[in-house]
Design a binder for this molecule. Structure first.
Ligand code: NAP
Length: 248
């Protein structure tokens, strides 16, 4: 089933790759971003180059009303939402847990947990057959950090991804009778801008020697798994957490 996909954090990295692949696969795409309008416009142009509709939409996913308005606009401009990729996420400087200030802890939870919950809730309200929707698919972008724990790096971030895993398992089961599949991907070390926020833009190169495959991954290698989960090829898969880590 194609239709309209809402992708949060689609201006860069894994979200942008997913937007391009979704367009190639026949979806119209809402390209969400928070600050990088030019990058979002670029992704929208790439979506259109596949002959699909693209809508860029600025919204901070941690703002509940902004998330509701974003889904309203997706429906009014692009048609019924049939797929959602909960991808927007943040992390902050590498360090030990006791050094993390309250503002940082609040922000990582607001964006990665509350933001994902607001988007998941709007997805369900609009897609669930129990609410009169067409059915659909939700893919959460979690992280290998949820099972590795990210000691001495960002335990706070890892814990938010643990919450996302639990959200995925619970919603997968809750919505299974209602025509909505819910799954997560858990990427490992992927070459995107997010590592700059950790204060070590070379983090992937520094750590990739510990990956069983011996290399970091590319955003497209995560996006292709997201696309599989969105597709009917995964029609009997729900509540699952799929690692995309090169064996890490
Ligand atoms: P990225 O390259 O830093 O891109 C982040 C995207 O999220 C951007 O489009 C950004 O928008 C958007 N964003 C950030 N805060 C937002 C907010 N409050 N509201 C809406 N959008 C927001 O990151 P990435 O590596 O592709 O990460 C995507 C997801 O994969 C995240 O959930 C991350 O935790 C997860 N992940 C990444 C890795 C990795 O190694 N890269 C590994 C495991 C999991 P702007 O461009 O407007 O700033």
């Amino acid at each position: 089933m194609t239709g309209t996909v809402v992708i949060t954090g689609a201006s860069r990295g894994i979200g942008a790759s997913t937007a391009r692949m979704a367009a190639a696969g026949g979806y119209d795409v809402l390209v969400n971003y928070v600050g990088n309008r030019e990058a979002a416009k670029d992704v929208a142009r790439q979506v259109q180059s596949f002959g699909r509709k693209a809508l860029i939409h600025q919204a901070d996913v941690s703002d509940e009303m902004a998330v509701i308005e974003m889904f309203d606009e997706a429906e009014s401009e692009l048609g019924p939402v049939t797929a959602v990729v909960n991808n927007a996420g943040v992390l902050f400087e590498l360090g030990r847990f006791e050094s993390f200030e309250g503002d940082r802890l609040r922000r990582v939870v607001e964006v990665n947990v509350l933001g994902a919950m607001y988007c998941a809730r709007e997805a369900v309200r609009r897609m669930s057959k129990a609410s009169g929707g067409p059915g659909g698919v939700l893919v959460n972008v979690s992280s290998a950090a949820s099972y590795l724990g990210s000691a001495n790096e960002f335990v706070d971030y890892a814990a938010t991804k643990g919450a996302m895993d639990t959200l995925t398992i619970g919603l997968g089961r809750e919505l299974a009778p209602d025509g909505v599949r819910v799954n997560a991907v858990r990427p490992g070390l992927i070459r995107t801008d997010i590592h700059s926020s950790s204060g070590d833009p070379e983090r992937v190169s520094r750590l990739e020697g510990n990956v069983p495959m011996g290399r970091g991954g590319e955003a497209d290698e995560v996006a292709s798994v997201i696309m599989w989960l969105l597709s009917d090829a995964a029609s009997y898969v729900t509540g699952e957490l799929i690692n995309v880590t090169g064996g890490r």
